[in-house]
Design a protein around this ligand. Structure first.
Ligand code: ADP
Length: 261
């Protein structure tokens, strides 16, 4: 019996030591990679149920059997807002998880950025109109750059959407594209609420929001600017902000992506 117990004891001890050492021996880089994979997989898996929920809510809204009860309508509207908010959060998390693990391919190719920028301005125009914000766009007749069109479009959208979101009614937002021989500068200026000086660098961190309750009320979750920063970084550029509380903010992006020749 003693021999069997001893064998069992050593067996368990051997297993534990192997298991523990294996756990302890996972290199940090591998642990991070697993964590990123987990976030990526989780975000991916969450997208399908969210889109089913959204289409179900839309379908309920359209049914004749749907009671004209304002309370029920309000609850449905709340559900829709939250599902949309969560869908945006999940898709932003997916972009960041993929960017961390280098899965997203970004091919820099020559294209004219002007029409792409015009499309973004058109797409945010209704948001500005809703708040009676004047939206101006200054650009040269052509903006030949070498970059990833999809990502640069997303970058503009994030900056303009924020500028409109954080600018009170009847304010001003201006987008300007300027080029010199070496770089393209994208400037998004607003007459909005401004940013505390100590927050001006932190707002590019993930999930950082200068004023959490205000940002949440506006549908924000603090990932837009970290995606913007990633996009600028893969293009070898810089992004910064100059801001005065209650006066407004100016985001400046500099990208060394002027086409040759
Ligand atoms: P969010 O989804 O919260 O807008 P972002 O990453 O895009 O997330 O922005 C982070 C924070 O930076 C915001 O919560 C807000 O506090 C601040 N911010 C961004 N853009 C502006 C702006 N144009 N004016 C004032 N504050 C801004």
């Amino acid at each position: 019996v003693l021999v069997i117990l001893a064998i069992l004891f050593f067996g368990v001890a051997l297993f534990m030591s192997r298991y523990m050492s294996k756990k302890a021996m996972i290199p940090i880089s591998q642990a991070f990679a697993r964590q990123r994979e987990f976030v990526g997989d989780a975000s991916h898996e969450l997208r399908t149920p969210l889109s089913i929920m959204l289409s179900s809510i839309n379908a309920i809204e359209m049914t004749d059997s749907m009671e004209e009860d304002p309370f029920v309508r309000k609850l449905l509207l709340n559900m829709k807002t939250e599902v949309k908010r969560m869908t945006k959060l999940v898709s932003d998390l997916l972009v960041l998880a993929r960017s961390d693990s280098g899965i997203i391919e970004h091919q820099l190719k020559p294209f004219d950025f002007r029409p792409a920028a015009e499309k973004v301005v058109e797409s945010v125009y209704p948001l500005a109109q809703e708040k009676k914000i004047s939206l101006d766009f200054d650009t040269p007749s052509a903006v030949p750059v070498s970059g990833d069109p999809e990502r640069l479009t997303q970058l503009l959208y994030i900056l303009l959407d924020n500028a409109i979101k954080y600018t009170p009614d009847e304010g001003k937002v201006n987008l300007s594209l300027t080029m010199d021989k070496r770089e393209l500068s994208i400037t998004v200026q607003d007459t909005g609420i401004g940013i505390e000086p100590e927050d001006c660098t932190r707002i590019f961190d993930r999930f950082y929001r200068s004023d959490k309750s205000r940002s949440r009320a506006m549908g924000g979750h603090g990932l837009g600017l970290s995606i913007a920063k990633w996009i600028v970084t893969i293009h070898g550029g810089t992004i910064g902000v100059d801001s005065k509380l209650r006066k407004g903010s100016t985001f400046i992006v500099r990208l060394p992506i002027i086409q040759e020749g």
